[in-house]
Design a protein around this ligand. Structure first.
Ligand code: ZN
Length: 252
């Protein structure tokens, strides 16, 4: 089935008339090792010429990942929690860095995560912290900079560009996976309507268009429908107002 993109295409036409540009970025979560799915991610990034911020789980990282990343400069490693382990009590939403543990423990894990990946990836690591399940204790934000980070990324439009001194917030805005249902692609018409709405809000000044618009993917669980939709959406945005954005710590 070919999705109907007309709602987004109409919005993109308004962007063109207005002469606006959309900073566009891509975050892909849960990498630990080299895999055929990771190869596919790297191939798509090259086809689109859109870098991927690869959120790597420090505790499970293997040397083959660092070799693969070194050979693929469009893959930009960032830090995805420590062990991707849930510490929330039963019945609560999953979180590794939620307020369920003492702040000191959270910061120790964040620091350990940073040094582990610094050792794995060297200078190619960007000091961005991506908490698993996109949840982080607000108390932790003030202290993240002290643990080595200059950026934090979760999901949904940010409320503030600088949640703490020396810390930039750059969130993601669209996740195409139906996590609670089929674990395949959400209804494409629903996703297309969501992007069109988010872009209209930015065009009309009702949302912050200086925040890079983030696509969030999870290469290890993609089926064909998810790969195809991600490629088609990114291509459309890049053919229109989208300009590839890469995090650089000088921005913080
Ligand atoms: Zn994750």
């Amino acid at each position: 089935m070919i999705p109907d993109w007309s709602e987004l295409d109409r919005e993109l036409a308004h962007w063109q008339e207005a002469g606006m540009t959309l900073p566009l970025w891509w975050r892909d979560d849960d990498a630990m090792s080299h895999s055929t799915e990771l190869e596919r991610l790297a191939t798509l990034a090259a086809e689109l010429d859109l870098p991927v911020h690869l959120a790597v789980i420090p505790q499970g990282v293997t040397p083959d990942l660092s070799r693969f990343v070194a050979d693929h400069p469009l893959l930009i490693p960032v830090v995805h929690g420590w062990a991707h382990q849930n510490h929330a009590p039963a019945g609560e939403k999953k979180a590794e860095f939620g307020a369920h543990r003492p702040l000191e423990e959270l910061l120790d894990d964040a620091e350990r995560a940073f040094s582990a990946l610094k050792e794995t990836f060297g200078a190619s690591l960007r000091p961005m912290f991506v908490p698993p399940w996109n949840r982080i204790s607000p108390e932790m934000l003030t202290w993240l900079a002290g643990a080595g980070y200059t950026a934090v990324s979760t999901f949904t439009p940010r409320k503030a560009a600088k949640p703490a001194s020396g810390l930039l917030r750059v969130n993601t805005h669209l996740d195409p996976i139906d996590w609670k249902g089929s674990r395949s692609l959400l209804a494409p018409e629903q996703l297309i309507a969501q992007v069109a709405r988010q872009m209209r809000d930015r065009r009309l000044g009702e949302a912050d268009n200086t925040e890079p618009y983030g696509l969030l993917t999870h290469h290890l669980v993609h089926d064909e429908a998810i790969w195809a939709f991600t490629a088609a959406l990114a291509r459309r945005l890049l053919d229109g107002p989208g300009e590839a954005w890469i995090y650089d710590e000088r921005m913080s």
